[in-house]
Design a protein around this ligand. Structure first.
Ligand code: GLP
Length: 244
């Protein structure tokens, strides 16, 4: 779906999420949300905060799982996804702190594998993700599933692509400060979500979105796997869709 600018669709996506949260609440069920970082979802989070403040949308039945985190990374670091999510959403709504799951950038290397399996099992035990919000990186990554990631990949540690580190460099005041690794949900984890929305804004995403939507499914552009998902919508602005 193509919109002129990102503002209007961000509001619509937030409303879809709010509708799901309320529906689940009426049924006395938890709502399991997969959340993303980066600039793309910020408008959605702003609208969710607004719906909480102005319309009383409650997050008391919401359990969240973030896609990824840099590794290693301190929670308190301003570049951490932990910091980002609290700054843009969690600090402003009534989600119980114990319902927030973000990969831990401080887990020891020896415990990393077991930690990732545990993260994955936690999602599975809740019946999977009801909704997954995604952005896309210029390498075609979703979460931090860089080129070469397989369809059946699960939560794991990954080495970041050079382009991803270049794109993150301004946030870290130089590429030398960008971590080389990350923890990310796998493609398989994302593909199990019941509903997926990918947001793409601006001209610098146009080329990778053309490849994602128009090339055949291949591990060199991991986002192409979404073509096989039965309930995914790509929401783009004019710039991001300019090469389709
Ligand atoms: C990071 C995140 C991705 C995100 C991407 C794009 O790499 N790990 O989940 O989709 O950035 O970021 P932006 O939305 O700022 O373009």
């Amino acid at each position: 779906v193509i919109f002129k600018e990102s503002k209007e669709p961000s509001i619509l996506v937030a409303r879809e999420i709010a509708h799901l949260i309320k529906l689940k609440k009426e049924r006395n069920e938890t709502c399991v949300l997969g959340l993303a970082t980066g600039s793309s979802p910020i408008g959605v989070y702003q609208e969710l905060v607004k719906l909480h403040r102005e319309e009383g949308l409650s997050f008391s039945n919401v359990i969240t799982f973030n896609l990824d985190e840099y590794y290693p990374m301190e929670r308190s670091n301003m570049q951490s996804y932990h910091y980002f999510m609290h700054d843009h959403l969690f600090n402003h709504v009534d989600i119980p702190p114990e319902n927030i799951n973000i990969p831990d950038g401080k887990v020891s290397p020896g415990n990393l594998k077991a930690y990732c399996i545990e993260y994955e099992n936690k999602i599975k035990d809740l019946g999977g993700l009801d909704f997954q919000l995604l952005g896309i990186g210029r390498t075609g990554h979703i979460g931090f599933n860089e080129p070469g990631s397989h369809l059946n990949s699960r939560t794991r540690s990954i080495t970041l692509d050079h382009i991803t580190r270049v794109d993150a460099a301004p946030d870290f005041l130089g590429i030398d400060n960008v971590p080389r690794k990350a923890i990310t949900m796998g493609i398989g984890t994302v593909m199990d979500a019941k509903r997926i929305i990918l947001l793409g804004w601006g001209n610098n995403k146009a080329e990778i979105l053309r490849k994602t939507i128009e090339s055949s499914i291949n591990s060199e552009v991991p986002a192409t796997y979404l073509q096989e998902h039965n309930n995914t919508t790509f929401i783009l602005d004019e710039g991001a869709s300019s090469e389709l």
